[in-house]
Write a protein that binds this ligand. Structure first.
Ligand code: ADP
Ligand code: MG
Length: 239
C-alpha cells in the first residue's frame, strides 16, 4: 500500500527546473532511498513532500489524502517526521532538554519520562544527557536530531543525508538504527549520497538525475545498473 504518492510533481525556481514531472510511491513499511548526484533535486523533492515548498505542478498524497496544499505542521500531525540535511538541535540546551522539547507534542507526565529514557538509551546518548547539545560530536548531534524526530512517533520518517559528516562506524550504527525503526513498522525515506550506506539499509531505491526519475527498483537491480553507476559516479564524460 502506498503511504506517500507523489504524482507528476514539478518544482521550478525561476528559470531552473529543480524537480521535473516526478512520480514517486513510498510503500507503507519500507525503507526507500532517494539517491542521485549533487544537484539532482533530492533535497527539493524532500522539501516538497514535507511541505516546505509548494509544487509548481502536481499533487502529493499521504495515506490517500491529498496534502498538496497542507502546511508542514499539518503534515507532521498526520504522522510525518523530518530530519533536515543540516542538524538543527538546540545547541545551547542540554541533550535531555532537546529530547524533552520534542516529546512535549505527544507525551506528558510519567509516560514522557519513560519515553525520554528510552530514546536517550536507544541513541546511546544517556551518558551525554547533561551536556549541552552544541558540545556533542557531529555524529551525536545527528543522532540527537533523529531522536527528536522519533519523539513525534512518526508513521513516516524522512531523513536527508543523515550520515553527513559521520565516521564509518557512526554511519554503520545509524544504518542499524534505521533498520531497527523499520523492524518496528516505521516507513522511512532516506536521501543519501553514500552508496555503502544505501546498500546497508535500502529495500527500494529511486534515482534522480537532473530533476527527473532516472531509475527505480529493488536495491540489487539499481546497484547492477551500469547507467546508474555512470551518472551516480559522475562518469558520464569519462569515456
Ligand atoms: P540535491 O539535494 O540532489 O543535491 P537540490 O534539490 O538541493 O539537489 O537542488 C536541485 C537544483 O535546484 C540545484 O540546481 C539547486 O541549485 C537548485 N535549488 C535548490 N534549492 C533552490 C532554491 N531554494 N532556490 C533556487 N534554486 C534552488
Ligand atoms: Mg541535498
Amino acid at each position: 500500500m502506498a503511504l506517500v504518492d507523489v504524482k507528476g510533481v514539478t518544482k521550478r525556481f525561476g528559470g531552473l527546473t529543480a524537480v521535473s514531472d516526478v512520480d514517486l510511491t513510498i510503500n507503507a513499511g519500507e525503507v526507500h532511498c532517494l539517491i542521485g548526484p549533487n544537484g539532482a533535486g533530492k533535497s527539493t523533492l524532500f522539501k516538497l513532500i514535507v511541505g516546505l515548498y509548494p509544487p509548481t505542478k502536481g499533487s502529493i498524497f499521504f495515506d490517500s489524502i491529498d496534502i498538496t496544499d497542507e502546511r508542514p505542521f499539518a503534515r507532521v500531525q498526520r504522522g510525518l517526521s523530518i530530519k533536515m540535511q543540516a542538524p538543527s538541535v538546540f545547541k545551547e540546551l542540554p541533550v535531555r532538554q532537546n529530547i524533552q522539547i520534542a516529546l512535549q507534542a505527544r507525551f506528558s507526565g510519567a509516560e514522557r519520562d519513560v519515553e525520554e529514557e528510552r530514546l536517550l538509551a536507544l541513541l546511546d546518548l544517556a551518558p551525554e544527557s547533561g551536556k549541552l547539545a552544541g558540545t556533542l560530536s557531529h555524529g551525536q548531534q545527528q543522532w540527537l536530531e533523529i531522536g527528536m524526530a522519533l519523539a513525534l512517533q512518526p508513521q513516516l520518517l524522512l531523513l536527508d543525508e543523515p550520515t553527513a559528516g559521520m565516521s564509518p562506524e557512526e554511519t554503520f550504527k545509524t544504518g542499524e538504527l534505521i533498520k531497527s525503526f523499520n523492524a518496528e513498522g516505521m516507513t522511512i525515506l532516506v536521501v543519501e549520497h553514500d552508496m555503502a550506506f544505501v546498500r546497508q539499509i535500502a529495500q527500494r531505491v529511486t534515482v534522480l538525475h537532473l530533476g527527473k526519475i532516472f531509475a527505480r527498483g529493488g536495491l540489487e537491480t539499481i546497484i547492477q545498473d551500469e547507467k546508474v553507476a555512470e551518472i551516480y559516479l559522475g562518469k558520464t564524460h569519462a569515456h
